[in-house]
Ligand binder design. Structure first.
Ligand code: MRU
Length: 346
């Protein structure tokens, strides 16, 4: 079961807004609807939206009527911009779009050749995502021991990627390896990715779990009822500061205070070496309705002022390790991230 795929000019993706109630695939035939699906979070999770962005560009390439290569490339640049603006924090979206456009610009091909190149590169990004996640899952699973109780934030499972997942991929791998583990699943307000998606995925895989309110994590950590924290990342700065789902920072600080290790898991495509620190990472602000309503039912007073940052930054001093497909990175993160980004895949 893939989160999303492209076949014969049709993007097929799970509409994650409907889970866990209904498992529905939607079919998308134009890039503008792909852009909408990313913005409205039919598809979400950093690697999944990177793959979706690539597929959006592929649909635009197939539909283009440009007569010259220059006109075609100018149109693809415009579409790339439009897709990239849908969600600003997860760098995988820009990474995927730039990877495809850079290859197209460097190729000097005809319009037909460029069209094939863009579709092939988008497919390659999606296929590589699965292999990358499998490698990460093995590295991350090596950090998990028999008897561990792990707090997990947001959704980082197969649904957040093309398949396999990032942090949750490591946890599922540890379970498959026969380790007796338990997962405390943060519900992850305001959109409840933990309660809706992570709980559903772990139940599919038979991983023992307990759903908790985000506010309960401190209780479990203080009482030594949890001994590891795992979450993903949407963008990592070159010093190791990690932007991830809102609430990750608070969780990491409380874990650190209680001597509990915190691991963030991401493909190297999530690491943005152009940024000096987490303060440079753009944080997406989403609509007020995500905070004032659940499933369309309003519980906050009409007219209340709302703040809804979708992500926060965990300063690197709170992280024990960063897990990538090239291996596990430990402090000092600045030096060691530089080394791993320059290295070949492990
Ligand atoms: O707003 P979302 O649901 O796209 O946020 C997802 C996360 O924050 C994940 O933890 C992150 O993308 C990394 S895991 C694939």
């Amino acid at each position: 079961m893939r989160t999303l795929e492209l076949h014969d000019g049709v993007v097929r993706m799970i509409d994650q807004r409907l889970l866990p109630g209904q498992l529905v695939y939607v079919e998308i035939r134009d890039y503008a609807t792909v852009a909408r699906s990313i913005q409205e979070m039919w598809v979400r999770g950093a690697p999944a939206i990177g793959a979706a962005g690539g597929f959006g560009l592929a649909l635009a390439a197939r539909a283009s009527t440009a007569a010259t290569s220059d006109a075609f490339l100018a149109e693809m640049d415009r579409v790339g911009q439009e897709l990239y603006q849908t969600r600003p924090t997860a760098v995988n979206l820009g990474w995927a779009i730039n990877r495809i456009l850079n290859k197209a610009h460097a190729s000097k091909l005809s319009v037909a050749g460029l069209r094939d190149l863009i579709v092939a590169e988008a497919q390659a990004i999606a296929a590589e995502d699965i292999i990358t996640n499998e490698k990460m899952a093995r590295y991350g699973a090596s950090l998990i021991n028999d008897g561990d109780t792990i707090i997990h934030h947001c959704n980082t499972g197969p649904l957040a990627t093309v398949d396999v997942g990032t942090a949750l991929g490591c946890i599922i791998q540890a379970h498959r390896d026969g380790k007796k583990i338990h997962v405390l699943v943060d519900e992850t307000r305001p959109r409840l990715q933990g309660a809706r998606l992570t709980a559903w995925e772990l139940m599919q895989y038979g991983v023992p779990m307990t759903l908790i309110a985000d506010n309960a994590a401190g209780h479990y950590l203080y009482r030594k009822l949890a001994n590891k924290v795992f979450y993903g990342a949407d963008r990592v700065a070159s010093n190791g500061d990690v932007a991830n789902k809102i609430g990750s920072y608070k969780l990491a600080v409380v874990a650190h205070e209680n001597g509990v290790p915190v691991y963030s898991v991401m493909p190297t495509s999530t690491i943005d070496m152009a940024l000096a620190s987490g303060l440079d990472i753009p944080i997406e602000e989403r609509g007020a309705d995500e905070v004032t309503t659940i499933d369309g039912v309003r519980f906050a007073p009409v007219g209340v002022q709302v703040g809804n940052p979708a992500f926060d930054v965990t300063p690197h001093k709170y992280l024990t390790g960063i897990v990538t497909e090239r291996g596990i990175v430990y402090p000092p993160f600045k030096e060691n991230l530089l080394r791993i980004m320059d290295s070949a895949e492990g």
